[in-house]
Design a protein around this ligand. Structure first.
Ligand SMILES: [Zn+2]
Length: 442
């Protein structure tokens, strides 16, 4: 397979970790596609509970996955809205379905292991249910997009940036708010030009929860429930971080007290290295709890975390507090989210194609510079949605760090892309290297 970059020069983790992972997978390469069940059948700018409940056809999806030779299927079991798409006693499931269970059954039938992703700190429903667990702003500011002010001490519950909600036929907003309580009466009625402004419909709220609150206990309970009750091969934590939109979270009393206990009364909240260390450690402590909870139930379940690429100091440390080294030393694998062509695609015109190309160059350069900070095998996830087949293949080759590649996401992938994917698995990777789960047993 022609590799764009020889990544083995840049990563420094022990290769026995990689071999161990390949052995467990029964294949040399990961070739995965992922599905977000509540974002509807097209892109990902909608929250569509009706679709998840009534139209999502699990068998049809898994037929397609098998036809294209994918050897892992990724499922987002909890998205940023907070809906838990399994049979749960702990969480909120508005779909009236055990979607995870259905995928596990179909996966078992075809020997395709299931990898799940759980959104952690971003949770609209929990923000509505437990405002006392939402992150607190330490500074006042304005969210330009919505022309909305917030003050010091306000909770970080804001209008959702990209996802919108359509009302089901014959149902009023008031009625629907009983089911989706974080839905506002505001409507976004036109599709914007920029990529982040493509949603259309009612605007929901979204909340970043405080990672030192009881929200973490809730997440751990969810993880335990999933790993105990479902044969999931891998469990990856998403949104294992602070909100990247702000630099002033979280200054709640819990966080202030913990910080002062550790660094003393004079230590500076918000702008000090100690504060940034404290936030990175807070996220790492959640990773440790998750690792112990999952391994305590199934030591073979592969754990991981989603990494957002970017500048080490300005973004990773000061905004989202993801310490790549600490997190990769705790969890089994790291999943960098490499979505350059979400910035723009040639299909929308020359300018957007150019922006996508620049983003691609930046993402490659960023990872070359920072790969040495990652101490476990890295499996990148890149986008098939909202770009063309050529851009998709370029990303798949560029971001194969040695473990293979995962794709985001199933719905929104076009016919020409499906064709290209099937061809890629047969000709570029080779069916032998995919193992096709021949020896794989659940
Ligand atoms: Zn807090």
């Amino acid at each position: 397979m022609a590799k764009t970059v020889d990544w083995s020069k840049y990563f420094s983790y022990n290769t026995s970790k990689l071999e161990d992972f390949q052995k467990r997978l029964g294949a040399r390469n990961v070739f995965a596609t992922a599905l977000m069940p509540i974002r509807g059948p097209i892109g990902f700018r909608k929250l569509d509970y009706e679709f998840a409940e009534k139209s999502l056809n699990v068998k049809e999806i898994m037929d397609k996955v098998e036809e294209c030779h994918f050897n892992i299927f990724g499922l987002v079991i909890k998205d940023t809205d907070g809906a838990c798409t399994w049979d749960t006693k702990v969480g909120w499931n508005p779909t009236n379905r055990d979607i995870l269970g259905e995928f596990c059954d179909e996966g078992k039938e075809r020997n395709i292991p299931i990898m799940v992703s759980l959104t952690s700190m971003n949770d609209a429903y929990q923000g509505h249910l437990h405002p006392e667990r939402v992150s607190i702003h330490g500074k006042s500011g304005v969210i330009k997009k919505f022309d909305r002010k917030y003050e010091v001490g306000d909770i970080s519950t804001h209008e959702e940036g990209e996802m919108r909600v359509d009302l089901p036929e014959g149902i009023s907003l008031e009625e629907y708010q009983k089911k989706i309580p974080f839905l506002t009466e505001k409507i976004d009625d036109k599709i914007g030009a920029s990529r982040g402004a493509r949603g259309k419909g009612y605007i929901p709220l979204t909340s970043f929860m405080c990672p030192n609150s009881e929200h973490v206990d809730y997440l751990i309970d969810l993880a335990k429930e999933v790993v105990k009750n479902y044969p999931v091969e891998s469990f990856i934590a998403d949104y294992i971080r602070y909100d990247g939109q702000f630099t002033d979270l979280c200054t709640c009393e819990r966080c202030q007290e913990l910080f002062r206990d550790k660094y003393g009364q004079k230590a500076k909240i918000l702008k000090s290295n100690q504060w940034y260390d404290f936030k990175e450690d807070t996220i790492a402590i959640y990773a440790r709890k998750l690792q112990d909870a999952i391994k305590g139930i199934d030591k073979n379940c592969i754990t991981g975390w989603f990494l957002l690429p970017g500048s080490k100091n300005m973004f990773t440390r000061k905004r989202i507090a993801q310490n790549w080294t600490k997190l990769s030393e705790i969890l089994d694998i790291t999943c960098p989210m490499e979505y350059p062509y979400l910035t723009g695609t040639r299909d929308d015109g020359w300018k957007w194609g150019k922006l996508g190309d620049i983003a691609y160059w930046y993402f490659i350069r960023n990872m070359k510079k920072r790969a040495h900070e990652i101490n476990n095998p890295a499996l990148a996830i890149t986008n098939s949605v909202e770009c063309n087949a050529e851009e998709m293949l370029k990303q798949m080759k560029g971001f194969d760090f040695g473990l293979g590649i995962a794709l985001f996401k199933y719905f929104g992938t076009t016919d020409s892309q499906w064709k290209a994917l099937k061809k890629y698995s047969e000709e570029d990777i080779g069916l032998d290297n995919l193992g096709l789960a021949k020896n794989y047993k659940l």
